[in-house]
Design a binder for this molecule. Structure first.
Ligand SMILES: Nc1ncnc2c1ncn2[C@@H]1O[C@H](COP(=O)(O)OP(=O)(O)OP(=O)(O)O)[C@@H](O)[C@H]1O
Ligand SMILES: [Mg+2]
Length: 326
């Protein structure tokens, strides 16, 4: 009897070991956080998602790729380190060697450029080489905090992410730039799926058409089909791995529901399905926590704000991957 019991236990233990070693070898899930406009809360959203995933029992590395100035470390309450991503781009260190642990269990980060006095865009090759390195980092999840705007390098990284998280605030200026980001993302995909000449022509016709019909509903897909007779199937693919919209700094019910309108505009105007993942409250604790150098979700873990991030993570992660409860 005892032996039977032991055998069962061995089998179970081996299964757990096998699962763990398969997990150890698997690539990290890559979540990239972007925005059309600066200052809308990308860094806050990235660090809060990271903290929430780590509280759920997952290992997380946050990589600061904001060329205009790194502040993931500040948001996490850490001092700037001489170990930063410049060493990776100069070939002195691997990305893994630059991972810095935090005081929060299972959460680490790679500090961005500290001395970004002359920021330039990443080259295509730099990004292509970086993507496998990001996915090979020893973590369940790798979260990338990007700089604002739809730069070519941002779009290259954004499109390869397992989760593409787009942050906006409810301000009209931010919403407008969110639409421009989405359009740039679609055109970027169009570019990849068309010959260079054909792409150039498409953009010119799209622009002319748009100039004439700015206030009218507009479908990228139908218009291109009308013009070229080709059905662009990649629009469906873009909707199947949808952009995840996060509306941050909501101060009213109307703000909190804004994501539904953006989603329906994307559907109607671009033929693009996006996911309205979360609306996040405006909370004074956020900017106060940056000053006091303790993340809001750590200082006040049981607020509606923390609940909104918990729900976002539960929505985004594979149900089988859900582990401990905060
Ligand atoms: N939900 C919120 N409630 C209150 N304040 C917030 C909230 N989200 C962000 N903030 C504050 O807004 C400011 C900008 O946030 P953050 O630095 O995260 O934006 P960002 O998009 O990363 O900016 P940048 O484009 O400069 O990198 C910070 O002072 C932050 O504390
Ligand atoms: Mg930022």
């Amino acid at each position: 009897m005892e032996r039977d019991f032991d055998t069962t236990k061995d089998v179970v233990t081996n299964e757990v070991k096998a699962k763990k070693s398969a997990q150890a070898k698997a690539d990290a899930q890559l979540w990239v956080v972007a925005s059309g406009k600066g200052g809308v809360g990308k860094t806050f959203v990235t660090t809060s998602l990271g903290l929430t995933l780590s509280k759920l029992g997952h290992s997380v590395v946050i990589v600061d790729l904001d060329l205009s100035g790194a502040n993931v470390h500040t948001s996490l309450g850490a001092n700037p380190s001489h170990m930063n991503i410049r060493h990776y781009f100069e070939g002195a260190k691997s990305l893994q060697e630059l991972v810095i642990p935090t005081t929060y269990p299972r959460l680490s980060y790679v500090q961005g450029f500290w001395d970004s006095w002359t920021p330039t865009d990443f080259s295509y090759n730099q990004i292509q080489n970086l993507i496998p390195e990001l996915k090979k980092l020893r973590a369940d999840y790798v979260l990338v905090d990007l700089g604002a705007g739809a730069l070519e390098a941002h779009l290259n990284l954004f499109k390869t992410a397992d989760e593409k998280i787009l942050v906006t605030s409810p301000e009209p200026t931010s919403i407008e730039k969110t639409y421009r980001f989405i359009e740039a993302y679609m055109c970027h995909s169009l570019k990849e799926n068309a010959a260079p000449d054909a792409f150039g022509n498409m953009i010119t016709t799209l622009r002319d058409h748009r100039q004439r019909t700015l206030s009218k509903p507009f479908s990228f897909k139908s218009y291109l089909k009308e013009q070229t007779g080709i059905s662009y199937t990649f629009f469906e693919a873009l909707s199947q791995k949808p952009v995840r919209l996060v509306v941050n700094s909501c101060r009213s019910q109307a703000n909190a529901e804004l994501g539904h309108s953006i989603k329906s505009v994307c559907h109607k105007y671009y033929d693009l399905g996006i996911d309205f993942t979360a609306s996040i409250n405006y909370d004074n604790a956020v900017w106060q926590s940056v000053k006091s150098r303790t993340p809001a979700l750590v200082a006040q873990p049981f607020t509606p704000l923390a609940g909104q991030f918990l729900n976002s993570c539960k929505h985004l992660i594979d149900p089988e991957e859900l582990r401990a409860v905060v």
